[in-house]
Design a protein around this ligand. Structure first.
Ligand code: MN
Length: 485
């Protein structure tokens, strides 16, 4: 991958864009990562370029692409966030900082943390572009996963499929979700993956291609006659969803993959309905299989017409009919909207709120991340351990509450803490996103009753009460006011 390829890709999206900043970012990152190698043996800068390229592909804006090139600088080189800020400005520095923070969250396969982690992920990313960069970064890491030791491959694949992919789905970024899922599927269930891939790519391929080609030829002619400009694609594969369907319905591959699917892209909404009419005049539609997501979009904003017909040789064939703009939205989800938004200063689309309503039960609001944060974090804070496990505590909780949330033994033996790598007393009130490391002393006899003054959770309070032994003198002192030490 070269910087030239990225610039070319960016110019495909916006021909008159000034790409000087991209070249500057490249020079800076290349110098910063000089001599560093990826586990695969490639120069490190390749990772930065691939990340940026994925962002260009999903049509992210210029600053996001620049931040994509710079995303590992503060974490992995001698240059700091201030250096990034000085050279590239506040906005890009904020994006890079967000990536650095996000990379501290880790999922190690313990299911009870998964939901908190997903929420944490949304919380940490003040700006949705940070999530896009993180996805692009992750996608390249997945593509080069083979270079890592097996346990690490599994951890990353599992984290991606349980944390990243659902968030990509929530935000409607299907192209990234599917790519991530298929790579993870390959690593998590290699046998099943090979099996399905073989059936899809080898056994079924010739028949499918032939069938799709014939259908295309018939339809294309009719659409031309009606003056409908169009493009017809055989739908791309997503092996993981085939497997999920097989699991869910307990069916074999050939029972699931018996429906051929094509997508018709046209210029206007009225052409969508014209094309639909043509499809239905050529082949008989299956009853109850027609869906008009143009009049009534799905909650995540998805728009398209769907119909299944008895196609050539009576084979069930599904058509998805939509405009190019709708297609772009279906691939890039929220990313497509951000792109337009930054470009045209249009307000946040309604559906973003609706998605969030659906998934996170939010109330009315405009700014979805802000609102998501408000709702999720209204009375809670999310704090993580140096390993990246997330703990969900009531707001106002202090370090001692966290220590008891992790483990009673940790609570009772703690003598201090490091919050975001700085020493901090046990009564420090924690904020969402804090990384807390508890310092323990094994020789400590037990908790101190003084801790009750700043313990907030009932768990911590009860443990402290139960485990701290009062001397007789202390007990008397508590009941008889006026006696001093
Ligand atoms: Mn990276």
């Amino acid at each position: 991958m070269t910087i030239k390829q990225i610039i070319e890709r960016v110019k495909e999206n916006t021909p008159d864009v000034n790409t000087d900043l991209i070249e500057l970012a490249y020079d800076f990152a290349e110098k910063a990562h000089a001599g560093q190698k990826r586990k695969s043996g490639e120069p490190y800068i390749q990772h930065c370029l691939h990340t940026a390229f994925v962002l260009a592909e999903i049509k992210a804006d210029l600053n996001t692409i620049v931040a994509g090139i710079l995303h590992d600088v503060p974490e992995d080189t001698k240059y700091t966030l201030e250096d990034v800020s000085k050279n590239f400005g506040e906005e890009i520095a904020t994006l890079v900082e967000g990536i650095t923070k996000l990379s501290k969250i880790k999922y190690r396969g313990i299911e009870r943390y998964a939901e908190s982690l997903r929420k944490m992920f949304l919380f940490m990313a003040n700006d949705i572009r940070i999530i896009l960069i993180k996805f692009a970064d992750r996608l390249h890491n997945l593509r080069t996963l083979d270079a890592l030791p097996p346990e690490k491959q599994l951890r990353i694949a599992q984290e991606t499929i349980e944390i990243y992919a659902p968030i990509a789905g929530l935000l409607g970024i299907w192209s990234l979700k599917w790519q991530m899922e298929d790579i993870c599927f390959k690593h998590l269930h290699p046998e099943e993956y090979k099996n399905i891939e073989y059936k899809y790519e080898v056994e079924q391929k010739a028949e499918r291609n032939q069938y799709i080609q014939k259908t295309k030829n018939i339809l294309s002619k009719k659409l031309d006659e009606a003056g409908v400009k169009h493009e017809i694609n055989g739908r791309f594969k997503h092996l993981y969803s085939i497997w999920q369907k097989m699991q869910r319905k307990d069916r074999r591959f050939d029972e699931i993959q018996d429906v051929f699917a094509l997508r018709i892209l046209v210029d206007t909404v009225s052409d969508c309905y014209k094309a639909l009419g043509i499809v239905h005049s050529v082949w008989k539609p299956k009853i109850n299989r027609f869906k008009d997501y143009i009049s009534i979009p799905k909650p995540n904003g998805y728009r398209s017409l769907h119909t299944t017909v008895f196609g050539l040789e009576g084979k069930p064939t599904e058509f998805q009919i939509r405009t190019r703009e709708m297609d772009e939205e279906a691939h890039y989800g929220v990313a497509a909207h951000i792109y337009y938004k930054l470009d045209k200063k249009t307000p946040e689309p309604r559906w973003i709120k609706e998605v969030m309503d659906l998934h996170l039960n939010l109330e009315n609001t405009q700014d979805f991340i802000k609102q998501a944060k408000f709702e999720i974090f209204r009375n809670r804070i999310f704090v993580f351990t140096p390993k990246g496990d997330v703990y969900d505590l009531p707001s106002g909780s202090t370090t001692i509450d966290f220590a008891y949330a992790v483990h009673t033994e940790i609570g009772s033996h703690c003598i201090g803490s490091m919050i975001n790598d700085k020493m901090a007393p046990l009564d420090t009130e924690l904020k969402s996103g804090d990384m807390v490391e508890i310092i323990i002393d094994k020789n400590r006899k037990g908790p101190s009753r003084d801790w009750l003054k700043f313990a907030k959770t009932s768990r911590a309070k009860n443990k402290i009460k139960a485990l701290s032994k009062e001397s007789r003198f202390e007990q008397i002192r508590r009941y008889i006011p006026g006696i001093k030490k």
